[in-house]
Design a protein around this ligand. Structure first.
Ligand code: UD1
Ligand code: UDP
Length: 367
């Protein structure tokens, strides 16, 4: 008998991290895999789904300009309730810690539909940091039937919260599946760069950095660019207006800072490969860069991804202007310090996470 699995995606990282899972489920002969886009992100989500040749079967078109968390959540819950009742999936899967994921878990709970949480068990222990993601993943985790944990540390977090070991599977992070598949294609970086200059790749979008911290981050980037004419900073700017407007205002006129629109995934992976150093507050980039041997300075004071920090290939530098400049300058000037962080390790996965998730669901749906 064919059983229905509904994969829900809302934002850019969810699409990247669910693409390998969707592909693995579509290859299962007794599973009908359907894709629901909430479109919490409109442009960024479409960009990634297109890159992975995934067509959403259903689309809620939720995004509004500069959306508030409460308005986003209430629209998501209302729309998800209707579509879940019409679709009647046997299982729902969602990935990570966005408002889409938290709302999907809650909507499934109300309808008693079993929910599988991909990238389960990440925790900082501080509900306000990152905000609102820590609360989102705690809620999704509390309501999940299956917990697909990327690392041993994530498994330990879940066990510590009382989740039964039989409900947890250590899978690795599906982002490494997507990364390895994409890196093997060796796509071109679509932004022209000077061949002789080192490139520093930047991304930044977290809500807790909005306002003064983000202005400090921009000042640090400007200072680094001015002090080091031998580098180019490539910064694909997130479309969130709290980021985009400020970035263009503060960095738009510095000649060796290149601001560009968000890159498709394959060119972005090419940018990671081409980079010398990465400065970012992104969760996904913290996982990808170590696997490609690139040091990351993380624009946060804590992380739910401690494994690469413990290995010494990712460093937390916060949003303080002077600290960011000092730490980046150190890596630009000191080859030994740089080599220590550019080792090429992959604590987040081996590229086979999606297969492990499909195995668990196949066994459950056959029984
Ligand atoms: C969201 C997630 C965050 C995740 C990030 C990945 C929540 C609350 N936040 O943050 O966890 O790390 O995505 O990027 O779930 N916008 C566009 N076009 C797009 C996407 C966004 O214009 O394609 C603008 C819109 O004005 C939108 C705003 O960005 O209202 C904020 O989007 P939202 O999804 O609420 O938050 P992000 O900061 O993108
Ligand atoms: N990414 C991309 N194009 C870009 C910037 C990032 O494809 O221009 C990818 C990146 O490789 C990673 C993901 O987007 O897989 C991270 O998304 P984001 O930083 O928006 O969210 P987070 O991971 O912090 O939740």
């Amino acid at each position: 008998m064919t059983r229905k699995v509904l994969c829900i995606v809302g934002t850019r990282p969810e699409a990247i991290k669910m693409a390998p899972v969707i592909n693995a489920l579509k290859a299962e002969k007794n599973i009908e895999c359907r894709v629901l886009a909430t479109a919490q992100h409109r442009g960024l989500l479409d960009q990634i789904l297109k890159g992975f040749a995934i067509n959403a079967d259903l689309d809620l078109d939720i995004m509004r300009p500069n959306q508030s968390l409460a308005a986003l959540t209430s629209r998501l819950l209302r729309e998800l309730d209707g579509v879940l009742q019409a679709e009647k999936p046997d299982v729902v899967l969602a990935q990570g810690d966005t408002t889409t994921v938290m709302s999907a878990a809650l909507a499934c709970f109300y309808l008693r539909i079993p929910f599988g949480h991909v990238e389960a068990g990440l925790r900082t222990g501080d509900l306000y940091n990152p905000f609102p993601e820590e609360a989102n993943r705690v809620i999704a985790g509390k309501l999940a039937r299956w917990h697909f944990a990327p690392t041993q540390g994530a498994v330990a977090n879940l066990l510590g919260e009382g989740v039964a070991a039989s409900d947890i599977t250590l899978t690795g992070n599906t982002v490494i599946d997507a990364l390895l598949m994409t890196a093997a294609q060796d796509s071109a970086l679509t932004v022209p760069l000077d061949a002789h200059r080192r490139m520093v790749l930047v991304t930044c979008h977290r809500r807790e950095n909005f306002g003064e911290p983000f202005q400090d981050i921009c000042q640090a980037l400007k200072c680094l660019a001015e002090r080091n004419p031998d580098i180019q900073i490539l910064y694909p700017v997130h479309p969130n207006p709290n980021v985009k407007d400020v970035a263009h205002q503060l960095l738009g006129r510095t000649p060796n800072i290149i601001l560009c629109a968000p890159l498709d995934y394959a060119p972005f992976v090419a940018a990671i490969k081409r980079s010398y150093l990465i400065i970012s507050d992104s969760g996904g980039v913290q996982e990808e860069a170590p696997a490609l041997g690139k040091p990351v300075l993380v624009l946060r004071t804590e992380t739910e991804r401690p494994e690469a920090v413990d290995l010494g290939v990712v460093k937390l530098v916060g949003a303080n202007r002077d600290t960011i400049v000092e730490q980046a300058q150190h890596l630009l000037d000191d080859p030994e310090a740089y080599q220590g962080m550019a080792r090429g390790v992959s604590p987040y996965g081996d590229g086979r996470a999606a297969t492990r998730i499909a195995d668990v669901l196949r066994q459950h749906l056959q029984s």
